[in-house]
Design a protein around this ligand. Structure first.
Ligand SMILES: [Zn+2]
Length: 572
């Protein structure tokens, strides 16, 4: 064990003593765990740096220097010399589909595949390995792999000739079906596009080509046999394991419906929910304000030790690449077409005001500049109608923000929930987005830096399984505006870079605030929950292009180990 060479300051000794005496005098029992000789970033403005943390009974007992922490040890205390490793509050992912993502891991999982050949190979192999599955389902294919983001039914027929197959895109907004699945879904050239959806068709014959956008996917999905409750629980367990591995100890579930809530509630009851979960209840916007009563019942039913369901999720538009995002001005390649919001502005205002009046925190999906403006307008109108209260509404995704709307986040107290891993010039941007927006508008894609400069609350999420869950990769991209595997070089829209401090706050303190938990967690302060992560390196001492390569060694939730890398040993 090493002691810091500097003598601790009087102030530190004093605060150490206070940390102990604030409770019930000297602790009756010693600390369970003492971490020393670390680069501790507390995310507490009053004391941002320390070298040691002591944990007892699931709470932080002490933050300060090594000597103060070691004084709290006893015979049963585990002491770890971190050798300069970084300690942070555990991460929060503020927009994630943990259960469905976990389920997908066990289906035909196409996430991360880069070429058509890889995708075809995987589908063929999955179908061969699962001959008894009545349907081939799953997904995760990347839109840019296929021309116009439009894979064809004939391709899937060749891979799965014997049964129906439907595979969702990585962003979840498109589905690729084979002929058998289209037939079962009753999708023919005479089928009209459903409200809020589009059937991609051959321009000459009108025949469906195999890709279904947004609600049109439901025509086929309805025919897929329902999953069992056990499948949801299995999926959640797989998702939890992965998330804990990435240092995540709290999440905002982005779109919860009863079967998903059942899975969270079951593991919460059994003590296996290794995560704090704020579930955003999926709103059927077609039902309008009649939904509020149903959601309030779900809010009451689904709450437990680590689960609360106090948010409502509204989808305002689709996504950019297949032209389903709602824009203020038309797509360049489709004169007059500026996309359609999934609900009318007046209906949105009415729904938002009713949810706000019922004390729901509103979590919105908005991609296009028109959808984002509609959301800000709806929050402004609800605030006017009900009074601006501290509900902490937020907008997720924020792909294209009109510059005139940027100051409104701070002004209205609306949090900006970015998915920073998307903020670099990948094929989605260069091939499918910039050509349909043009350079002028493209300047305002994912403007994290500009929103941060206004002082608005920035939070971060992965949207997993849409993209990798690793918060460190997302932070790296936000800081560099380059791909997670790219070497150092020119940033894409360098004005929109965010600094590391901002991104760490986004995934820790600001996340806790968004979940209304800031009094209990989110920073390393005595009496707060011991939700802690240890990284193998200090992010402030490495090149920004290396941030994503840092490894999580330990994740604690309420002081309990929910992930530990085998290389990291804790001896007694
Ligand atoms: Zn999402």
């Amino acid at each position: 064990m090493r002691f810091p060479k500097n003598k601790p300051s009087v102030l530190l000794i004093l605060t150490a003593a206070l940390a102990v005496s604030c409770g019930a005098g000297r602790p009756a029992e010693p600390a369970d765990l003492v971490l020393t000789n670390g680069a501790v970033y507390t995310m507490d403005a009053a004391r941002p740096r320390a070298t040691a943390v002591a944990v007892a009974k699931g709470k932080i007992l002490y933050v300060g220097d090594d000597r103060g922490a070691l004084r709290l040890g006893g015979g049963s205390t585990k002491v770890v010399d971190l050798g300069g490793k970084m300690v942070l509050p555990a991460f929060q992912d503020s927009h994630i589909h943990l259960v469905t993502g976990g389920i997908e891991l066990g289906l035909c999982n196409l996430n991360g595949l880069r070429t058509k050949e890889e995708v075809f190979e995987k589908i063929k192999a999955y179908a061969a390995a699962n001959p008894g599955a009545p349907w081939v389902t799953g997904g995760g294919w990347d839109l840019p792999i296929f021309p116009q983001a439009n894979p064809r039914k004939e391709e899937l027929d060749a891979l799965v000739p014997d049964r129906p197959a439907v595979l969702s895109s990585a962003d979840g907004h498109s589905a690729w079906a084979n002929s058998r699945a289209l037939e079962l879904g009753g999708v023919t050239k005479d089928s009209p596009d459903p409200a809020g959806g589009r059937i991609e068709r051959d321009p000459k014959t009108g025949e469906p080509t195999g890709t279904l956008r947004e609600s049109a996917a439901g025509l086929v999905d309805e025919r897929v046999p329902e999953l069992e409750p056990g499948d949801y629980i299995k999926g959640l367990k797989a998702g939890l394991e992965l998330a804990n591995r990435f240092g995540i100890a709290s999440i905002i579930e982005a779109s919860a419906y009863p079967r998903i809530l059942d899975a969270y509630a079951a593991l919460d009851r059994s003590g296996e929910l290794s995560m704090r979960v704020l579930a955003s209840l999926h709103v059927d916007t077609g039902k309008g304000t009649a939904e509020v009563e149903r959601l309030a019942r779900l809010r009451d039913a689904y709450r437990g030790a680590r689960l609360k369901s106090t948010a409502a999720k509204i989808f305002v538009d689709g996504v950019m690449e297949p032209h389903t995002a709602a824009l203020l001005e038309p797509y360049l390649d489709r004169p007059g077409d500026r996309g359609r919001p999934l609900l009318e502005p007046a209906a949105f205002v009415g729904l938002a005001a009713a949810l706000d009046a019922a004390n729901f925190q509103i979590h919105v999906h908005a991609i296009g500049d028109r959808a984002i403006r509609m959301s800000l307008d709806a929050f402004e109108a609800s605030g006017r109608a009900n009074g601006f209260r501290d509900l902490r509404h937020h907008i997720a995704h924020l792909e294209l923000i009109d510059p005139s709307d940027i100051p409104r986040f701070k002004r209205l107290g609306v949090a900006a929930n970015f998915q920073p891993l998307w903020a670099y010039a990948d094929l989605y941007i260069t091939d499918l987005t910039i050509p349909i927006l043009g350079p002028g508008r493209s300047r305002w894609l994912y403007p994290i830096g500009s929103v941060a400069k206004t002082g608005a609350v920035i939070v971060g999420g992965s949207d997993w399984s849409v993209s990798s869950m690793n918060p460190l990769e997302a932070m790296q991209v936000a800081v560099t505006r380059r791909g997670p595997d790219d070497p150092p070089g020119d940033a894409w829209i360098p004005e929109e870079k965010a600094d590391l401090e901002t991104m760490l706050r986004a995934y820790t303190t600001n996340g806790a605030w968004l979940s209304h938990d800031e009094k209990d967690r989110g920073s390393l302060e005595p009496a707060k929950a011991a939700d802690i992560v240890v990284l193998d390196r200090n992010l402030f001492e490495i090149a920004p292009s290396e941030i994503g390569r840092a490894k999580v060694l330990l994740t604690l939730l309420d002081g309990r180990e929910v992930f530990r890398d085998p290389s990291f040993t804790i001896a007694k």
